[in-house]
Ligand binder design. Structure first.
Ligand code: ATP
Length: 427
């Protein structure tokens, strides 16, 4: 994990938030490479779960919602963790994370656990009173339920169908840490998939498999992924079943996604609290019912961390160790690096032309500082799948070298065919 954190900082994937002020606990900023990787992960998810499917549509809801949403959903009453405080050093812990005999920090005596609500509260408008409390959403999911009828009537979808959303969520976690694994502000990619009651077990199994395969498709090694079924004690009272997709992080196997069969709990609650009917009319059968819902809920930041950990490798090449990120080319932050052999001014015009040719199609980096060997290493370290090198021979024969990241193999191609060649490799 230390190596990943250091690479992230050194190369501009992730910075500590407000660093020049000493940082803000558990808050992180994505830098120029991190923002590309993060966007590519979100786009990949969207492509797989929305664009490529006929039974899925997306929404982008506001972060602040009517406060009753969180009463209906059960978050106001129950979205809490048990908190204990050390009577000596005053450090706070989630009681389920530690042995309650002694403080893990100083060995002191711990208080009795008390429930601590994880939602961030603020006030809407200028008056700071109870009537104006709003919450920052602790999950994106409720907006899918609240908009169920809007989506149904505007898209004319038939069951089974799903609503997908990507966005920020906020939880005032008692303990944070392990870099971007557990933070108080994070991003989620969530699906609410509505099905006819009685078909829910089938769709639950379907989504559990689908979601595991998705991570393999994202380039994560199968042996570093596992499914973990929640036992009865762990299940939320309304949930019929739940699986986590765990990744084998350096901190141990930990959740990157949860998939739950939520029954009709959410639509029932929102129907009750809003007074609006949220049922579905099945035209074929001529019956009305409340759909059941299957919820695959993934974390963007945890996925990104898993991608980095999984891709990271140290290899010996030419008697030197090279650090390389074997990221799936489709989600790599930089797709192509254009590297003139040296800074010699004769190479510059052609190199700039090549760069201009590729830039509209690929996220491209131009780099002419330092030796070519070092520049290859720099690109390997950030996972750039292809480097294109322009040398003095290129000026004569109009050919350039493509170097592939993983095999380090080099081939020469005419500039006129370069774009097609790269396009073919990416597809
Ligand atoms: P955990 O048990 O680790 O607290 P959770 O079961 O509460 O997670 P869910 O409510 O199922 O998490 O949220 C779905 C996904 O959102 C998680 O799998 C994770 O990827 C992401 N997520 C949840 N909480 C955080 C957090 N504090 N920081 C970063 N990502 C988070």
């Amino acid at each position: 994990m230390e190596k990943i954190v250091s690479l992230c900082k050194r190369r501009g994937f992730v910075f500590q938030s407000s660093e020049i002020y000493g940082g803000l606990a558990s808050c992180w900023d994505y830098g120029p490479l991190g923002v590309e990787l993060k966007r590519n992960i979100k786009n990949y998810w969207w492509k797989k779960v929305v664009q490529e499917r006929d039974d899925m549509v997306g929404i982008d809801a506001s972060i602040m919602m009517h406060p009753q949403v969180w009463v209906a959903s059960g978050h106001v009453a129950g979205f809490s963790d048990p908190l204990v405080e050390c009577k000596d050093c005053r450090q706070r812990f989630r009681s389920t994370d530690i042995d309650l005999n002694k403080c893990p920090n100083c060995g002191g005596v711990l208080s009795e656990p008390r429930m601590f609500n994880l939602m961030f509260k603020t006030f809407m408008g200028p008056v700071e009173d109870a009537a104006n409390i709003v919450y920052l959403r602790p999950e994106t999911a409720q907006a899918q339920f609240v908009n169920f009828e809007n989506v149904l009537s505007t898209t004319r979808k038939k069951l089974p169908f799903g609503i997908a959303q990507v966005g920020k969520s906020f939880r005032n976690e008692i303990t944070t840490g392990n870099f971007i694994f557990r933070t108080r502000e994070f991003e989620q990619m969530e699906i609410e998939y509505f099905v006819k009651p009685g078909t829910d077990e089938h769709w639950f199994d379907y989504w559990v498999n689908e979601r595991l395969n998705y991570y393999v498709g994202l380039g994560i090694k199968k042996e570093n992924l596992r499914l973990r079924q929640h036992d009865k004690e762990e299940l939320a009272h309304y949930a019929k079943g739940c699986f986590d997709v765990d990744y084998n992080f350096p901190i141990g196997w930990s959740e990157i996604e949860g998939i739950a069969n939520r029954g009709d709990f959410d639509l029932t609650q929102h129907s009750k609290f809003s007074g609006k009917t949220l049922d579905y009319f099945d035209e074929e059968k001529g019956e009305r019912y409340l759909p059941y819902v299957i919820e695959p809920s993934s974390g963007v930041d945890r996925t990104l961390l898993a991608v980095l950990v999984d891709a990271y490798d140290e290899e010996v090449a030419d008697k030197e160790t090279r650090v390389v990120l074997h990221i799936k080319p489709e989600i790599a932050p930089v797709k192509v690096a254009v590297l003139p052999l040296s800074r010699n001014e004769k190479l510059s015009p052609m190199s700039k032309e090549v760069s201009a040719l590729l830039r509209p199609h690929f996220m491209t980096q131009y780099d002419d500082a330092q030796s070519i060997g070092r520049r290859y290493r720099r690109q390997d370290e950030i996972g750039t799948p292809y480097c294109v090198t322009i040398d003095f021979q290129s000026l004569e024969d109009n050919q350039v070298t493509i170097r592939e990241r993983d095999s380090m193999q080099q081939v020469r191609v005419p500039v006129s065919g370069l774009l097609d060649e790269l396009m073919a490799r990416f597809s």
